[in-house]
Design a protein around this ligand. Structure first.
Ligand SMILES: Cc1ncc(COP(=O)(O)O)c(C=O)c1O
Length: 483
């Protein structure tokens, strides 16, 4: 962290990223204090950064790089793990260096000392990288595309403001609250799509006040209510293709499998949807489907069946300009999970929807944020009960519910592993008085002691956003790392 007197180092950042970093530093320092000294790269023109800073520009003074000394050395290479085996989750920006876990360039144990535990920590660089990878794969497959980040996965205001400033993507919201929230984080109506369920009169009234928002009603009732409130509006229609898939084929995460679900209009009622749209002078310009969450490579054949079912309906909508294929792209949660082959995924989309004059929108939540986040915790106790060795953390399942709800684990990882003390097999539990409050069972880790920090990985998606304060244990810091 910069001391107030040392310049803020923004080398390596683009102008929008530098502006976000500077704004954070300015707002963290008292108004009316001395100007903030900032160092930029040669590629980063001060005028462009100042324009992006708007009202905060006058509090910044740009100083030559010499004021900082040499540029920081590149991040250290990952440590070879003992015995040569690399943890399955290790990657260039989440790795052990000098025996300490780093997210990007941040030593997470040191961070925990500064901000306390539990703490959600999210790497903005990883989120941007995930979005870029997805966009590149779609572009390489010849898809005219648009990304709407599904903010239900993580609505951190700092993240949303960062994504907006970096112009990384649009957003998808599912409620009036989320709509107001993304607007307060800088997203204009044109950058927002709305795909909600069980819409009330209040939701419809708010949508009517924002004609630029792309709404995708998911029921005949919502379509009718929207038409009544704003006749003549262009709309999307969320359909249910009757085929879907989710993480490792788990039915709980399949939104459009064999049993009827609450999501979307089934093909047998599309005629009624067209009649409702005609009655209110609305044109259905977007076909939307979201068929499940967390699918990986092994689920692609099922997912392609959903694509086929949706593609077969295109002819029913003469005014279509866009197909929105929803989100649901998953990330590995265990060593056994095979990651999604993004090129294979994008080719499957292109085979159905490229070359038809249609834009393809995608609405990922988890894929952008989940593996960018950690939940930092501290070991409260280690104690054997019968034949089980328990390690109790200062964070419970209420801070990341997906492991318990959906069997998508957040694997516990030592922040500073005591590799020289050997491994133990732990049942890692939380601090909530519920029997299901278990992070991992029979989990092999380097020996733990009270006070050690443990990072729960894959906590960037649906952890903070779904948290509860059950047992009044819900307090946690929120940190966005912008490097
Ligand atoms: C309509 C819609 N779009 C997008 C998403 C994001 O899903 P995911 O985070 O799995 O990508 C969801 C999640 O439930 C959704 O309901």
């Amino acid at each position: 962290m910069e001391t107030p007197s040392s310049p803020l180092d923004c080398r390596g950042l683009t102008p929008p990223q530098a502006a976000v970093r500077i704004r954070q530093a300015v707002s963290a320092s008292a108004a009316g204090t001395a100007p903030l000294s900032v160092v930029l790269d040669e590629v980063c023109a001060p005028e462009r950064v100042s324009t992006a800073l708007r009202g905060a520009a006058h509090r910044v003074r740009y100083v030559p790089a010499a004021a900082l000394g040499p540029a920081p050395p590149p991040a250290a290479a990952a440590d070879p793990a003992p015995g040569g085996a690399e943890p399955w989750w290790q990657r260039p920006d989440l790795r052990y260096a000098d025996g300490r876990l780093h997210l990007g360039d941040t030593d997470v144990d040191e961070l925990a000392s500064r901000v306390g535990t539990p703490a959600y920590v999210l790497s903005a660089a990883r989120v941007r990288e995930n979005a870029r990878r997805l966009s590149d794969a779609m572009a390489s497959s010849g898809l005219d595309h648009r990304i709407h980040y599904a903010v239900k996965a993580n609505r951190s205001p700092a993240l949303l403001a960062h994504l907006r400033t970096a112009d990384a993507c649009g957003v998808d919201v599912c409620s009036a609250g989320e709509l107001s929230h993304v607007q307060s984080c800088g997203f204009p109506p044109e950058a927002v799509s709305f795909t909600g369920t069980s819409l009330t009169g209040r939701d419809i009234a708010l949508l009517a006040r924002h004609p630029g928002v792309r709404v995708n009603p998911d029921s005949l009732a919502s379509l009718d209510a929207l038409g009544r409130a704003c006749p003549g509006r262009e709309v999307g229609l969320r359909i249910n293709p009757g085929a879907g898939t989710g993480y490792q084929g788990d039915d709980r995460l399949n939104y459009s499998g064999a049993p009827a679900t609450k999501f979307g209009v089934y093909p047998d009622r599309l005629g009624e949807a067209s009649d409702i749209a005609a009655r209110w002078g609305m044109r259905i310009v977007r076909l939307h489907f979201h068929v499940g969450c967390g699918y990986l490579d092994g689920q692609l054949p099922e997912w392609e069946r959903a694509l086929d079912a949706a593609a077969a309906l295109l002819d029913r909508f003469p005014d279509l300009r866009e197909v929105n294929i929803g989100g649901g792209l998953g990330v590995p949660h265990t060593a056994a999970d095979r990651p999604l082959d993004l090129d294979r995924w994008a080719s499957a989309v292109a085979r159905r929807f490229a070359g038809l004059g249609l834009r393809v929108a995608v609405e990922p939540g988890d894929y952008l944020v989940k593996d960018a986040g950690l939940l930092l915790t501290e070991v409260a106790y280690v104690e054997r009960r019968r034949d089980v060795l328990f390690a109790g953390l200062d964070a419970g399942f209420n801070l990341a519910m997906e492991p318990v709800f959906y069997g998508m684990p957040c694997e516990p990882v030592a922040a500073v592993p005591r590799w020289d003390e050997g491994e133990e097999t732990y049942t890692v539990v939380g601090d909530v008085n519920e029997a299901l409050d278990v992070w991992a069972s029979g989990h092999s880790m380097p020996r733990l002691r009270p006070g050690d920090r443990v990072a729960l990985i894959n906590a960037g998606g649906y952890a903070a956003s779904m948290r509860s304060d059950h047992c009044l244990r819900g307090q946690a810091a929120d940190v966005l790392l912008i490097e």
